[in-house]
Design a protein around this ligand. Structure first.
Ligand code: GDP
Ligand code: ZN
Length: 367
């Protein structure tokens, strides 16, 4: 059966499973599924209504098989980006996703509700780069939580100290880390200039899977682009040359790096970062918050309102414009997080995602 009319994807030509990290141990784990004439694949993007799965025959769009939906007892049983899965081929370019292979590692968050449910944001990540910016404040507590999250999921943490080009006293920063993260590899680098990035090579071998965690503004996007060798944006907008519509955009959350490693960059990871930091966020922009109390309007957005104390502080040089830019960026990330968590938004999503409608309702947190 023809699993897929090969999708042309200039950024990510059809990958062999080998290149996707499907090593000998996975082949062994897959054996029972191979006997049932199922094909192996790796989830490269969660498109909402379907999953994009890379296979030896190119990418396919996969829907969850009814059996998988009905037998899932928690959200963690449902496939996530990075999972190795067993597929039943259907018409060209489509497949049914029948099973998820047991994960070797996971990055997950607990979804609050009547019962605590686990949501996997990335599966089978070998190494998590915990990124901190040398221009900002170190927060050991925050780092502790990120380390814990990584260890709990079974992945190896590596601390990346970004923006060495801005930092005069690297030794002091390294010393400050010792109490919190003894025994964890520390790699200082500059994602902007590329200096020191080569030191990440041991974790970026062919078929290795990595993910980045860190606060907004530490340089995760810059490092991603640096590792990719080009701007990420270009890989997201390209559409394949067939007529299957929007589902065939080349959107990927599992990216292949030029050296052969795989980088997971999902919205879920960005949310995980925010979630892992929790209350620390409130104090991050204490300077802007305190200026905001003097704005003319209580709901001032600090963009173009009259009598805005934040804009006044920028005009007078008291507040660096980059600081406000970071604040806006974080605010936007939080807003999109809130939107995703909004019950009505979820309801609309469920209607679009008819095939897993029942599963989603079943797992909806009690209020
Ligand atoms: P993200 O929120 O973690 O994705 O952070 P970004 O990649 O968007 O970076 C935040 C800001 O830091 C941007 O203005 C970047 O240009 C800047 N930046 C990132 N890496 C470096 C670096 O190594 N050196 C310097 N000087 N700036 C950097
Ligand atoms: Zn204002």
């Amino acid at each position: 059966m023809n699993l897929s009319s090969p999708t042309f994807d200039s950024e990510n030509p059809a990958l062999t499973l080998d290149a996707l990290g499907f090593s000998a141990t996975w082949v062994t784990a897959f054996a029972p599924f191979a006997e049932r004439a199922l094909l192996p694949g790796r989830v490269v993007a969660d498109l909402g209504p379907a999953l994009r799965v890379a296979t030896d025959h190119g990418d396919v769009l996969a829907e969850l098989a009814g059996r998988l939906r009905h037998h899932a007892t928690t959200r963690a049983d449902l496939p996530a980006v990075g999972d190795f899965v067993a597929l039943r081929p259907r018409e060209a370019g489509r497949a049914l996703l029948e099973a998820v292979l047991p994960r070797r590692t996971r990055l997950s968050r607990q979804v609050a509700g009547g019962t605590t449910d686990e949501q996997i944001v990335a599966a089978n990540v070998d190494t998590v780069f915990l990124v901190a910016g040398l221009d900002g404040d170190f927060n050991p507590r925050r780092l502790e939580r990120a380390l814990l999250l990584t260890w709990e999921g079974g992945a190896e943490p590596v601390i990346v100290l970004n923006k060495t080009d801005l930092c005069g006293d690297l030794d002091a920063r390294r010393a400050a880390l010792e109490g919190v993260a003894a025994g964890v590899a520390v790699v200082p680098l500059s994602a902007a200039t590329g200096a020191g990035v080569d030191a990440l090579a041991p974790w970026l071998r062919v078929g290795c899977t990595v993910a980045l965690l860190g606060s907004s503004g530490v340089g995760k996007s810059t490092l991603t682009n640096c590792l990719l060798g080009h701007a990420r944006q270009a890989t997201r907008a390209v559409r394949t040359g067939d007529d299957r519509g929007r589902h065939t955009t080349t959107h990927r959350e599992l990216l292949r790096l030029p050296g052969g490693a795989l980088l997971i960059d999902t919205p879920g990871l960005r949310e995980l970062t925010l979630w892992a930091e929790g209350p620390a966020l409130a104090s991050t922009f204490a300077d802007i918050e305190s200026l905001a109390r003097q704005c003319g309007f209580g709901d001032c957005s600090h963009r173009q309102e009259p009598r805005c104390a934040v804009q006044a502080a920028i005009a007078s040089g008291q507040l660096p414009p980059e600081r406000l830019a970071s604040f806006f960026k974080l605010e936007a990330e939080l807003r999109s997080l809130a939107l995703r968590q909004d019950g009505r938004a979820q309801a609309a999503e469920r209607q679009r995602w008819k095939s897993i409608h029942k599963a989603m309702r079943h797992f909806r947190p009690r209020r």
